[in-house]
Design a protein. Structure first.
Length: 202
């Protein structure tokens, strides 16, 4: 008789647990997990820019326009009034550092091997807390401003999809492109940076 009571107790407990689980499941929000994205959704997220500029939208901007946007969009708050000295990383290299060591300090606008990399980062990540809100013309102008402040282009040069990829970045040859043909799935991606000749001499 005791065994029978234990059996019924276990059964009732199981039924109770399943009932509570079913009720909780029915009240859980529907996250649409597993839904295939639409073509429009894929296009909205697929904003990658290649080093050759594939994917760059139409638009243009100059450093003069970018200087105004740098203040209006709040870049100055994080990166400092002249691209240096803020809480966020410096965006303009120190000319003193370049003079004393023969090598400019590493800031993104000069360390990036391609100007399109700088453009892509600004569009994706800036401004802080409002990433992705800049229009293409604004991104071109801010890119032009940073290139100008780092003595890479002239103040009135127009930067657009065609001219951006022609910009010769100071560190263009500082990266060794990975040998994609040697890459095998499941292994670390081959990527190296050329040694710093200044650091090697120390």
């Amino acid at each position: 008789m005791g065994k029978c009571k234990m059996g019924w107790s276990s059964f009732l407990l199981t039924v109770l647990v399943l009932t509570v689980s079913a009720a909780a499941s029915a009240q859980a929000p529907d996250y649409n997990i597993g839904r295939a994205p639409t073509e429009e959704e894929v296009r909205a997220w697929d904003i990658s820019i290649t080093p050759e500029g594939k994917g760059l939208p139409s638009g243009s901007g100059t450093a003069v326009e970018g200087a105004k946007l740098y203040v209006q969009k709040g870049c100055v708050v994080c990166h400092g009034p002249n691209g240096r000295g803020g809480l966020a990383p410096n965006l303009v290299r120190s000319k003193d550092t370049a003079t004393n060591t023969g090598r400019p300090d590493k800031v993104m606008p000069t360390f990036s091997p391609f100007a399109s990399t700088l453009w892509d980062f600004i569009r994706r990540a800036m401004p802080l807390q409002r990433a992705g809100t800049l229009k293409p013309d604004e991104v071109y102008a801010l890119t032009a401003y940073l290139l100008y402040k780092n003595d890479i282009i002239q103040e009135n040069d127009v930067i657009d999809a065609q001219s951006l990829v022609k910009v010769k970045m100071p560190n263009r040859d500082g990266f060794i492109p990975p040998d994609i043909s040697a890459y095998k799935p499941g292994t670390p991606r081959p990527f190296t940076i050329t040694p710093d000749p200044v650091a090697e001499k120390k």
